[in-house]
Design a protein around this ligand. Sequence first.
Ligand code: NAD
Length: 417
Amino acid sequence: MTETKQSVWDMTLERLDSTMDLLNLTPGIRKYLRQPRKVLEVAVTTKMDNGDIDIFTGYRIQHNTNRGPGKGGIRYHPDVTADEIKALALLMTLKCTVVGIPFGGAKGGIVVDPKKLSLRELENMTRRYTFEIINNIGPEKDIPAPDVGTNSQVMAWIMDTYSIDKGYAVPGVVTGKPIELGGSLGREYATSLGCVYTILSTLKVKEIDATDLDVVVQGYGNAGYHCARILYDMGFRIIAVSDSQGAILNKKGLDPYKVLSHKDKTKSVKGYSDAQDIDNETLLTLNCDILIPAALENQITRSNAADIKAKIIAEAANAPTTPKAEKILVDNDIFVIPDTLCNAGGVTVSYFEWVQGNLSYFWSEREVKLKLRDIMDKAFYGVYKVSGARKVDMRTAASLLAVERVARAIKLRGIYP
Ligand code: NAD
């Protein structure tokens, strides 16, 4: 069974359309939500180490800013397209609204393989990209954060470039910064901790005993590694993990810390001594209780959905499941915690970082975790309630909640002029 390749933008619009149908929104509001507010494409001219220049294509896209400034990560990846960034910006609008934080949705990216650049080239490219989008970002306008291929060092360079332009330090222009520059404690693993909180809530509502559960994690970057580590520390068995190079399995359980040291040394989880190598596709269909896609979009498709044996899928990644695959999963009684809820812990602690930076008053790690748990639990049970009341799956419930709130914000603000 092959699935005609549908772009992540088309998939996201398809889901938005069905939510708007259920909400019976007016044609005007429907058009408004289908269209990003601002799409910026820039040529990122970069000085390379060999003395020549190279030019990379960059984007910053704001989908909606009715409830607050745009918020969303910056992705460095060779497959970045304007459509992908538009879709991820729309998902950010929904995500910020699901967890009730006062941001709109935005996203950015550069079409580049960052692994092929030296540190100096990466810095040159990041600073030039910041310069090209400088009038479109800012603490009150649009606040970038890390995503695939970027990290706290990249955020530090963006903050520095922006601050040099303004003439004073502006920590609030990005989140996911190093702690020394006003980053929040707990931000590095917030996406994963939020994801774990939604898993714990799922186990509670499904009355599943949290002992002796097998977990599979796809992707061993920021989101995937911390999910594996936190769950391992709580007593879950991590039986398999993967990265772009390959996957490993040990049915008796892996030690995520040791797997990370192996990956740090060899650049991949592949070849880890206390496990067998398996291929990436097999990983998704392993016998397990919880599957965490934490890599890229479009991973669970019509081609593999019927073979998935997990009881719970926790979407740490954005848009890992296609709509056709989701139908199969729901028919097979698999509980999907949707991305807009499951990975919202990252943007929630980004919000905390922004608040702390604006007030120049910083919280303890314990405070951050408690506040995150409060928000994630409230969001989970809010979505779960709608899901029960309207007899829809969790993704539809999360979208109904979010789209209704954004539509209300648009109506309340009115249309200028
Ligand atoms: P990252 O770059 O740190 O890690 C990505 C990982 O996925 C890497 O280990 C990479 O090797 C792996 N990968 C890529 N293609 C793969 C494939 N086909 N099979 C298996 N592994 C593959 O990125 P990240 O920040 O961890 O982001 C991962 C996902 O989580 C993305 O969808 C991102 O949008 C989402 N997300 C991240 C955050 C965050 O705070 N970092 C927040 C919300 C959502």
